[in-house]
Write a protein that binds this ligand. Structure first.
Ligand code: DQA
Length: 144
């Protein structure tokens, strides 16, 4: 079973961008963590990152046919994108929403998420460990 791990805009700059908020781990570190976690859970992962909303929508559509679960950090699109919500609503498997930072301790515009209305779980403020926790939750939901 394959879980899509999708990262949105600016997450390619992890480790360089505001490390006091997002930490020092890079996107490559996150993807290694996801591959190792998934392998321990008996899952495969497909890790993708894009700065473009439509590309994220296209990967969610692909997951309809080749993925069984989605772990997604949509970055700033979390707070703006009805298109990503609509795509996730067309996906049948478990969806876990991740935010590295605690968005609820930050600016008010980060407190609303379009994705949370579809997500089966939301992991916020746990740093990059949130991705591993998200994969564990997807594994549990896929088994139940
Ligand atoms: C983020 C939080 C978003 O508000 C922000 O736009 C990001 C990253 C996080 O992982 O904490 O790009 O999703």
């Amino acid at each position: 079973m394959t879980v899509f791990v999708l990262n949105g805009p600016n997450l390619n700059l992890l480790g360089q961008r505001q490390p006091e908020i997002y930490g020092r781990e890079t996107l490559a570190d996150v993807e290694t963590l996801c591959r190792e976690t998934a392998s321990g859970l008996g899952l495969a992962v497909r890790c993708e990152q894009s700065n473009h909303e439509g590309q994220l929508v296209d990967w969610i559509h692909e997951a309809r046919h080749t993925g069984q679960g989605i772990v997604i950090n949509a970055g700033a699109y979390t707070h703006t994108s009805v298109a990503i919500l609509d795509a996730l609503n067309a996906f049948d498997g478990p969806v876990i929403e991740i935010h590295i930072s605690n968005v609820h301790r930050r600016e008010a515009f980060r407190h609303h998420s379009y994705i949370s209305g579809r997500a089966d779980g939301v992991i916020v403020g746990c740093g990059v460990q949130g991705y591993a926790l998200g994969l564990q939750r997807v594994a549990t939901l896929l088994r139940s």
